[in-house]
Design a protein around this ligand. Structure first.
Ligand code: NDP
Length: 299
């Protein structure tokens, strides 16, 4: 039987609705959540992301503060801006779009953001809190994956989860979240032996590799839930010369014939990431003001 397609676009819309409802409640109390985004340099992909983030921030009723800085901005200037935003009561979430130019130390910038305003969840304090199962700001992409998994499974407890990929922004926090929800978690990576057999044991299979269509139906346990984080651009000559198309890390055609549920690419995890950034901003704003957190928008 063909797998259920998990519609990330529709799910993200419901997340944004919940965020907008909570923003309205905060506004009624005289508080408008604000998200500040810093972009250093002119990377075209980053500019698109930042534009989308700003647009969606405004759409849910929050304030958006964009700080576009030239590529030759010094590290000290970026750090000074972060210090100002940390102290600004109108700003509840801060993110610095990565990658930053080479002359700027990414870790220094990430760790300069006040942990309670760190809506990307990359600050070392938030990483430590998540790793020890404590309340933290959670990275947006794994948070989006978790929300979709919780929607599909009434409980994740005891399920076998395999996360392919061990990056700090996806693989590791994803594994920490699944562990927190009592899955039995294995992290696979480029040195993992017999990765195919390992994946075939997974009730939940999360692919965050960056290799187009690497995981085929033969890797998937019948009935498993497959979450494809990968976004890969591959040539699409069938669409015309020089044309490209997006595919995930999972071979959708073969995997969807075996899985119980699966996220497509595009339209799966991707739309959830910005929705979770908005969710994190409203959560941060509530926590900073000592108010109740929005329900269903946190880990
Ligand atoms: P990284 O490149 O940082 O990490 C990739 C991971 O995959 C590494 O841990 C690497 O292992 C592992 N890996 C690479 N090749 C293999 C292999 N042949 N077998 C097993 N494991 C392998 O990537 P990210 O985590 O940043 O991103 C992963 C994918 O997710 C990308 O396609 C990216 O574009 C996408 N992405 C999508 C987002 C969204 O919003 N949907 C957000 C963020 C990322 P090792 O550590 O051993 O090298």
């Amino acid at each position: 039987m063909a797998a259920e397609i998990i519609d990330g676009k529709a799910f993200a819309a419901t997340v944004r609705e919940k965020v907008a409802a909570h923003v309205a409640q905060l506004k009624a109390q005289g508080i408008t959540p604000g998200l500040a985004v810093i972009l250093v340099g002119e990377d075209p992909a980053s500019e698109v992301y930042v534009r989308n983030k700003g647009k969606q921030t405004l759409e849910v009723g929050m304030n958006s503060f964009e700080h576009k800085l030239p590529a030759d901005t010094s590290e000290a200037e970026v750090l000074a801006l972060i210090e100002r935003l940390n102290a600004d009561p109108a700003v509840h979430g801060i993110l610095c779009q990565l990658p930053v130019p080479d002359h700027i130390d990414e870790a220094k910038v990430t760790n300069a953001i006040a942990p309670e305003k760190d809506v990307d969840g990359f600050h070392i304090s938030n990483v430590g809190l998540l790793a020890t199962g404590q309340k933290s700001m959670v990275p947006c992409t794994p948070l989006g994956c978790l929300m979709m998994l919780r929607e599909r499974h009434s409980s994740l407890s005891g399920l076998n989860a395999v996360v392919v990929g061990r990056s700090n922004i996806v693989g590791k926090p994803m594994a920490a979240l699944l562990l927190k929800d009592s899955c039995t978690v294995t992290i696979a990576h480029s040195r993992t032996r017999d990765i195919e057999a390992l994946c075939r044991q997974a009730d939940i299979l999360v692919a965050a590799v960056g290799r187009p269509e690497m995981i085929t139906g033969e890797w998937v346990k019948p009935g498993a839930t497959v979450i494809d984080v990968g976004i890969n651009r591959i040539p699409a000559p069938e669409r015309g010369e020089g044309k490209m198309r997006l595919v995930g890390d999972v071979d959708f055609a073969s995997a969807s014939a075996v899985a119980g549920a699966i996220t497509p690419v595009p339209g799966g995890v991707g739309p959830m990431t910005i929705a979770c950034l908005l969710a994190n901003t409203v959560t941060a704003c509530s926590r900073i003001n000592g108010l109740e957190e929005p329900e269903g928008l946190t880990a």
